[in-house]
Ligand binder design. Structure first.
Ligand code: ADP
Ligand code: MG
Length: 361
């Protein structure tokens, strides 16, 4: 199994164009992707996700920096010699060929013997549950089925790493949900390292072992879904993933990964602190709406209910704080929740020590 590291990207930058038209698409990106990992690059359109995938695949070179695959420097290895395959958003299947022919196409190009191709195609058809459709032309199957064929075709040469560039974005909501589970299963069954690209935070949270959040050519934070969601290191990450309350507060002391902060109400509470966040003075604290509760007593902050929005599974209570700003509390609905709240009520708000996060910026 070796080092357990599939891909090591070190200080990679990519600049398109020169002089005044130069554009930095990737800015000093470093990330290590482990073997058998479901790794996701998450970020808004234009942040450099495809550019990074293309460099791993070998379609384009970094302006500076290095990429190693299983300890081997990739700079002189052409795309077809890399143990890497890509699934694109638009599938690019051959509509006049059958499902089986599409899946076997890459293997034919590699000059594999016919019996081996037939065996692999049968195995892949089974893997993506498309055996009954083997002889259909891909122009005559649904979008979800085309996606399965595209996956099977990319997996057929048994790459060590599969790159998936927003492969689910063309599917409707229900199908996308099904394919998320399907992709997770395929990754677990094949043991192949998946590098998945998406701008959809929910897709990233539900499928990934780890996520790298990107913006403007930079990786801002790398971590497990829970880690990224519960402890966003900077404002962009907190804002891009889920809903967040931002409170302007003051850092009093820091010890390890914990800070004592003073809220605008004058109350103090401990919050998570990570490297790079302010060690003293003004700082923004991020608190997820479901991590706060309405308090019977005074709580950590006080305010007045501005709006109550029912969402079925939960209810969002919008509170205008006495010391300025808005705060949203998300409460899970249940049949036995009886306490009555109303717009205009004066309320206290509280959240446990350690759930707030001191942001870097
Ligand atoms: P994403 O996949 O995250 O949406 P891309 O990696 O496709 O973003 O693009 C990142 C940025 O680099 C974009 O602003 C895009 O316009 C720019 N870009 C990508 N490819 C080229 C190119 N060949 N020449 C010039 N600019 C490019
Ligand atoms: Mg892209």
């Amino acid at each position: 199994m070796g080092s357990g590291i599939a891909i090591d990207i070190r200080n990679c930058s990519k600049i398109f164009g020169t002089g005044t038209s130069a554009f930095t698409a990737l800015d000093d990106v470093s990330v290590t992707i482990r073997e058998n990992e479901f790794f996701t690059l998450l970020g808004p359109s234009g942040c450099g996700k495809t550019t990074l995938l293309r460099m791993i695949a070998g379609f384009g070179h970094p302006t500076s920096g290095a990429i190693e695959l299983y300890g081997q420097d990739l700079s002189d290895l052409p795309p077809y010699k890399r143990p890497v395959n890509t699934v694109f958003q638009n599938y690019s299947l051959f509509p006049h060929m059958t499902v089986a022919e599409n899946i076997g196409f890459g293997l034919e190009m590699l000059g594999k013997p016919k019996p081996e191709i037939a065996a692999t195609v049968a195995e892949m058809l089974d893997l993506v549950r498309m055996t009954p459709m083997a002889d259909r032309r891909t122009g005559q199957i649904s979008g979800g089925q085309q996606q399965r064929v595209a996956l099977a075709r990319a997996l057929a040469p048994k790459p060590k790493v599969l790159l998936l560039d927003e492969p689910l974005s063309a599917l409707d909501f229900k199908l996308r949900k099904d394919m998320q589970i399907e992709l997770k299963r395929l990754q677990a069954e094949t043991g192949i390292t998946f590098i998945f690209v998406t701008h959809d935070q929910e897709e990233a949270l539900t499928m990934s072992d780890r996520i790298a959040v990107m913006n403007k050519g930079r990786i801002l934070q790398i971590g497990g879904p829970r880690d990224i969601y519960d402890h966003p290191a900077e404002r962009f990450v907190a804002d891009f993933i889920g809903d967040t309350n931002f409170i302007e507060a003051e850092v009093l002391t820091v010890a390890g990964d914990s800070a004592e902060v003073r809220l605008p109400s004058g109350q103090t509470v401990s919050a998570r602190h990570s490297d790079g966040a302010p060690g003293a003075g003004r700082a923004t604290i991020a608190i997820r709406p479901e991590h706060a509760v309405l308090a019977d007593d005074q709580g950590l902050m006080q305010g007045r209910i501005e709006n109550i929005v029912y969402f079925g599974t939960d209810t969002h209570v919008h509170v205008t704080l006495d010391h300025g700003g808005q705060f949203v509390v998300r409460r899970q609905n249940s049949p036995d929740r009886t306490e009555a709240i109303a717009v205009g009520d004066a309320v206290g708000l509280t959240f446990p020590p350690g759930v707030g996060q001191v942001l870097k910026d």
